[in-house]
Design a binder for this molecule. Sequence first.
Ligand SMILES: Cc1ncc(COP(=O)(O)O)c(C=O)c1O
Length: 279
Amino acid sequence: MLVYLNGDFVDESQAWVSIDDRGFLFADGVYEVVHLYNGQVFEWDRHIKRLHRSLAGVGISGVDDAALEQARDRLMQQWPTGEAALYIQITRGVQKRSHAPPAPGVLTPTVLMWVRPVEPIAPALVQHGVSVITVADDRWAKVWIKTIGLLPNVLAKGKAQSAGAYDAIFVRDGMVMEATSANVFAVFDGVLATAPVTNYILPGITRQVLIELARAHGYSVREEPFAVDELYRAQEVFLSGTLTEVLAVSEVDGRRIGSGAGPVTLAMLKLLHRQVGLE
Ligand SMILES: Cc1ncc(COP(=O)(O)O)c(C=O)c1O
């Protein structure tokens, strides 16, 4: 499989990054994941916009959109059909280890991109839903930056797996934020609710698309904080994300939510699938 690394297309076995790369040493970088459906790129412009917001948030400059697009198109040729994920990672670049980042523009960023096929989520999970646990949100205060520094997310996902759950939902001051790699929606009396965009969540592109689709199809959506106690009492809960799409949650901290994927959850999944040409 060919990957893109710093302007070259190389076999993945030949793609090497320096031991002095600041991404390796400090997680000093940002990333994006884009869903490809049968050779169609889902919401490229929004992903690129968020990538630039993340880059600006950490002061990395010198990324050429045209080069990213060319690389994307070449990599996509390897997976013209089916579903695939395009991964873009940009680190500040290579420099002898020192915490102090050089001034913007001094280093050449390290740019890695690859496309790999993804397995759609198992139909049984889509129909029956998944169980989640809640965990204290011990991440930093700039969660809106899509940084590669994902250790709190990794540890929370691990905690969920150890507890026999699929994922963990971060809770800050009693309020529901998001899952380890997805946003969280709840349905209260037919109204969709999701945490508002603040610095404490990643503004998910799937989240935004779903809000727009829901409103266009007559659903009310509240982008307002809600507490874990309220989540326990929701009629439906689902996760949203680029690869997660819309995934029902049937259990939170051992408490049942509905019985399998609920009608609003399935309606949202259907609207998303229609949008990407799957239905
Ligand atoms: C922490 C977190 N929240 C939310 C999301 C969902 O964002 P998107 O819909 O853009 O994939 C992700 C995606 O990776 C994420 O990592």
